[in-house]
Design a binder for this molecule. Structure first.
Ligand code: SAM
Length: 278
């Protein structure tokens, strides 16, 4: 095996999703750097792989990086794995990959499962352009802010979400993107209780609310991008909005302009506040 660091994707649920090349690499390297050695041990045992393991995460101290680089420098090879899926995708490895490259060694990907791409491929949403957003902030204020910034994004949006936050996340998405925006809940992908459900945000919210089992396990949420035909806030519209706001309460002015332009009331209201602040 050529010396270097191998970034090896592992299954996200179904152990049979480990590729032949990944198996060869995990058997052939001198060392496997794993996010959680006990977790990865189960996968290795399943395939009777007895390669030595060491712990690596992005908060590991410099000694872990030095140990990996020393192994590669002496002609050896190291595999990096995370608990599931592709390392570095909402998982540790970024610091290590850069350190190994900066030390002049080769980094090779061994592609395989990734929950975001697996969910997207079976979602029924547009796949030509997508934006991977990873985990949203846990705090409600920061999450709302992030979602509002994404409201006009036209690419399909992909989020990872913890099961205990899925309900509040769907509620926040409904407010930010509108109840009628199409979305997909992809839960326990490749596992026994795999669920891939497409509907409007309002429908998905009702589906998850009605069945506590949908608030368990591992979840990817995908949201269709905003439609490109949303009219732009032209200078004329902004002027009209300001003029109306002199005669009417801000909320009513925003509602009247929204009704006649197809723009979102909230967007117009926020614009009014912004213009007033200037
Ligand atoms: N590196 C992984 C990958 O390539 O997908 C992601 C690791 S991240 C720490 C874990 C999150 O990925 C979970 O909270 C969930 O949002 C998503 N995820 C992982 N496995 C999944 C599965 N089988 N079904 C649905 N989502 C999954």
């Amino acid at each position: 095996m050529d010396s270097g660091l191998y970034v090896v994707a592992t299954p996200i649920g179904n152990l049979n999703d480990l590729g032949v090349r990944a198996l060869e690499v995990l058997r052939g390297v001198e060392l496997i750097a794993a996010e959680d050695t006990r977790h990865s041990q189960r996968l290795l045992q399943h395939y009777a792989i007895d390669t030595p393991l060491m712990a690596y995460h992005d908060h590991s101290d410099e000694r872990a990086v030095r140990k990996i680089c020393a192994c590669i420098e002496s002609g050896g090879s190291v595999a990096l794995v995370s608990d599931a899926g592709t390392p570095l995708i909402s998982d540790p490895g970024y610091r290590l990959v850069r350190a190994v490259q900066d030390a002049g060694f080769v980094v090779r990907p061994i592609p395989g499962a990734c929950a975001a791409v697996a969910a997207l491929s079976a979602s029924g949403l547009a796949t030509d352009r997508f934006l991977f957003e990873g985990f949203l902030p846990a705090r409600a204020g920061a999450r709302t802010h992030r979602l509002e910034r994404l409201a006009r994004e036209t690419a399909t949006l992909i989020f990872y979400e913890a099961p205990h936050r899925v309900l509040e996340c769907l509620q926040a998405m409904t407010t930010a993107f509108g109840a009628g925006r199409e979305a997909v809940l992809a839960r326990e992908v490749t596992k026994t209780f795999e669920t891939i459900r497409r509907g409007t945000l309002e429908e998905l919210l009702a589906f998850v609310e009605a069945d506590a089992n949908q608030q368990k396990g591992e979840i990817v949420l995908l949201v269709a991008g905003a439609r490109d035909d949303t009219p732009e806030v032209t200078a004329a519209i902004a002027g009209l909005l300001q003029r109306l706001a002199r005669e009417l309460p801000a909320k009513t002015a925003a509602a009247v302009v929204a009704e006649h332009t197809g723009l979102r009331k909230k967007q117009l209201y926020d614009l009014l506040l912004e213009l007033k602040g200037k």
